[in-house]
Design a protein around this ligand. Structure first.
Ligand code: ZN
Ligand code: ZN
Length: 614
């Protein structure tokens, strides 16, 4: 008997199984094992299942079919299958397997429950989770620290932070794992305050604690806190890892803070942090969102291995920045390298076509997406097509396209059509679409602004005024306009007519100077229109003091002549600011890059990359 087992375990096929790296190899090994009879041995079969269920290149469905052929699976096999299923696309299978093993009289152990609980959390079945919790209490396993943090995770994933809290408060050993679980639970419900105070109280912290709290701050929009925490890490001489740096790059991207982002890039090199695919993609995303699209492309070129996310980041980044042709060039490269594009890739590609005004190419890619890649268009893809037609002035075709869409058009689709109506002066259709949009989104101030501007452009002042009244009546709050600019190692914030900056005197002096230069260049603001125009920002002092103008003045004073002025604005740029910025770029010979709510404007030599369509 012993010799027989030894013979089996020494069989060369089994050594292949240890080195197996793909399902293709595994299928060959399995075939060998069937012909040699090795597959009948439960131990060998469980090793096959182990690879299929848990390895990154495995296949849980194949694991299931193997599992079904084992007459009496043991605890190890059940645990493997439950764990594999819990992280698969059908986590419910973990629960079935668990029930089956109990019925068959196999007692689950402390390796079984964390994954059963994970499955409960993923299918958000609170009642089932509570039942399992009850069993754990009976089995006296509740105090096991891994099971405890799995319970906390389960409760927070099921949306019951209260239960998680109660459980957490009952704990005597305040270990890192359960603290981290509780912290991410708070963050899931957007409670940054509790997460922060727990973080501050933790007797000991690991890199997961730091990355959880920093990522939470970034996701919930508290960028300042995220950066403060990073400074704290540095003071404690804790080295940030890839996960933390990816969060910090995303923070820099949100702020449009290029120099801060560059600093993190340098930190990655200085601290020998592994520049993996995920981190490189975060860099591409950060540089694109800060308007530094050339550097984004350089980072992309230096990547030894690129996955779909990396290709998507650069294709979308180039498209967003108005480099449509370059973006399509990269897409062709992706195709010729045999990489498979996904639905997000095509959003980038269609967006590139629309920015570059490539109508025929746009339609060609739209068809190619379904025909060659079997990707069903989503509402975002339809939106790009409507934008493409609208820009080209083919408003009837755009309407026709919308009516033939198999999905219900949403506000974004109508918004794209309205954009076309405004640019091409089609008041009749624009009015119709504009009113529909207000009905769809009655609390979105931008919708009123666009329609009112459409009327104002057509000199229909009464209608413009009515829209303004309607907005007031419905109590629609306008979001205050705000522009930020990064200079001298800090991010400076401006609101309309701001006088709070220490350099206020110089800034307003500069604004006067700019106004003089603009007049000399032949610029006359259309005051009649401005008086009635309803901008997203209020209008008193509108001509001089919209927040981006203050930021530009600040940039002209503080940034060297060869440094581009980069501004991030939270709303759409208004028509007046857009034409003024074009002229300023020419008069002062400066590159000005503005990221507004929807897109990038690269101003240079009196032109804008958006070709006046935004
Ligand atoms: Zn403005
Ligand atoms: Zn522009």
């Amino acid at each position: 008997m012993i010799t027989a087992r030894k013979l089996i375990s020494n069989h060369p096929t089994l050594s292949y199984l240890e080195k197996c790296t793909s399902m293709a190899q595994l299928l060959q090994i399995h075939a060998q094992m069937i012909t040699t009879g090795l597959a009948l041995n439960t131990f060998n079969a469980s090793n096959l299942i182990l690879f299929c269920a848990l390895s990154d290149s495995g296949d849980i469905r194949y694991a299931h079919s193997l599992f079904c052929h084992i007459p009496n699976p043991n605890l190890f096999i059940y645990n493997t299958m439950i764990r594999g299923s819990a992280q698969s696309l059908s986590p419910k299978n973990s629960i079935f397997l668990y029930a089956q093993m109990v019925v068959r009289g196999i007692s689950p152990d402390h390796y079984t429950f964390p994954f059963v609980l994970k499955a409960c959390g993923r299918i958000r079945d609170l009642e089932l989770g509570k039942t399992i919790h009850g069993i754990l209490v009976k089995l006296a396993l509740e105090s096991d620290s891994f099971i405890r943090s799995s319970l906390i995770n389960m409760y927070t994933n099921c949306g019951s932070v209260d239960f998680a809290c109660r459980l957490f408060d009952k704990m005597f050993d305040f270990n890192v794992v359960s603290c981290n679980a509780m912290m991410s639970g708070y963050l899931k419900v957007g409670d940054l305050g509790s997460a922060r105070s727990l973080f501050d109280k933790m007797p000991e912290r690991d890199l997961v604690s730091w990355s959880t709290v920093i990522a939470g701050c970034v996701q919930l929009g508290d960028i300042k806190k995220a950066l403060e925490l990073f400074t704290e890490m540095q003071d404690l001489r804790i080295r940030a890892d890839e996960v933390i740096l990816a969060s910090l790059l995303s923070a820099s991207a949100q702020m449009g803070a290029l120099y801060r982002g560059k600093w993190f890039h340098a930190y990655i090199y200085r601290s020998n942090v592994k520049l993996d695919v995920v981190l490189s993609t975060s860099l591409i995303d950060m540089y694109s969102k800060c308007g530094g699209v050339d550097i984004a492309l350089r980072v992309f070129r230096l990547m030894p291995k690129k996955d779909t996310l990396a290709w998507n980041a650069i294709i979308t980044g180039l498209a967003m920045n108005g480099c449509g042709e370059k973006s399509l060039g990269v897409f062709l490269e992706m195709q010729s390298e045999g990489k498979r594009p996904d639905d997000v890739t095509f959003i980038g590609v269609l967006c590139a076509c629309s920015h570059a005004g490539l109508l025929d190419e746009g339609f060609r890619y739209f068809e190619c997406m379904t025909r060659d890649y079997r990707i069903n268009p989503r509402i975002e893809h339809y939106g790009c097509m409507v934008d493409l037609l609208g820009r080209a002035g083919l408003l009837e075709d755009a309407q026709d396209f919308i009516s033939r869409m198999p999905v219900e058009p949403n506000a974004a689709i109508w918004g794209a059509l309205l954009g076309g109506c405004i640019i091409h002066g089609n008041v009749e259709l624009g009015e119709c679409v504009g009113r529909l949009l207000i009905e769809l989104e009655p609390h979105h101030s931008g919708r009123y602004v666009l329609l009112s501007n459409l009327y104002a452009n057509a000199n229909r002042w009464d209608d413009a005024r009515n829209i303004r009244e309607m907005m007031k009546e419905k109590g629609v709050q306008k979001i205050p306009g705000q522009s930020t600019i990064e200079a001298m190692g800090a991010v400076h914030e401006f609101v309309m007519g701001d006088r709070s900056h220490p350099q206020t005197k110089e800034i307003y002096h500069m604004l006067d100077e700019m106004a003089k230069q603009l007049t000399l260049a032949g610029y006359t603001p259309d005051t009649s229109k401005v008086l009635f125009n309803l901008d997203e920002e209020d209008k008193e002092n509108a001509l001089g003091y919209h927040s981006e103008k203050l930021a530009i003045a600040f940039g002209l004073i503080n940034l060297g002549p060869n440094t581009p002025i980069r501004i991030v604005k939270n709303l759409r740029v208004c028509v007046d600011c857009h034409s003024v910025t074009k002229l300023i770029s020419k008069i002062y010979g400066r590159k000005i890059i503005v990221r507004d709510r929807n897109r990038f404007h690269h101003f240079q030599e009196g032109y804008c990359s958006c070709k006046d369509y935004w």
